[in-house]
Design a protein around this ligand. Sequence first.
Ligand SMILES: [Fe+2]
Ligand SMILES: [Fe+2]
Length: 272
Amino acid sequence: MLIAQISDTHVKVPGQLAYQRVNTSAMLQRCVAAIAALDPRPDLVVVTGDLVDLGRPEEYTYLKALLSPLPQRVVVIAGNHDEREATRLAFGADGYLPARGFLHFVIDEPYPLRIVGLDTLVPGEGRGELCVERLAWLDETLARQPGRPTLLLMHHPPFLTGIGHMDDIGLDGREAFADIVGRNPQIELILCGHLHRNIQTSIRGRRVLTCSSPAHQVDLDLRPDAPSCFRMEPPGYMLHRWHDGSMVSHQAVVGEFAGPYPFFDAGGLLID
Ligand SMILES: [Fe+2]
Ligand SMILES: [Fe+2]
């Protein structure tokens, strides 16, 4: 199974730039075109939150139009820039989101992986939260299928990154979440967003990562007093390949680059 991950698309209404600089819609269009052209074709596309910038219904309408060239199923979770009911309204017809409450979901079929989406959104705040109710839902959900390889999706990463201004709007409930992960070795990978760059670690032996954005990236600045800044580094997405019982993650960049060039000539000799 091949899964494409897009994160932090921050779509605004047509004609508006994010932070008065970033044409997030045009950049998402390029990312979508790159994924739509992939061979082999991903089986599923997941979008790990901050789908739109201001949580407005018209932004979701535009987002859906921008995602529509993707031939495969697209599954979304909410981030801190999203509005829960507007997200539900926009994607509710796709059948996996609940009719009320948190935007958690489970997709059991038809994939070899069980896909579990977690809602870490706190309305009106940048930080995320896994409260007692949400942790209980996760615990019960994972306990129902302990033998099935599982992919977890959540916008706020359940770890501190060292990028201080982002850690300040990080996830509350990390310790209890880690305990649940420790009890559920069927979790193959935890996919997050929020950081607008690829960061990887492990929690209780399970791999967890944040995905780059198809638009702006959070500046890599590990000074304790680093200002809250973004940088127009190469935009990206990720490809996660589940094969023979193991998951391999690839970072992809979006853009025009020279190549591909062959290593060998027609006679099989190394070109030096
Ligand atoms: Fe974001
Ligand atoms: Fe975020």
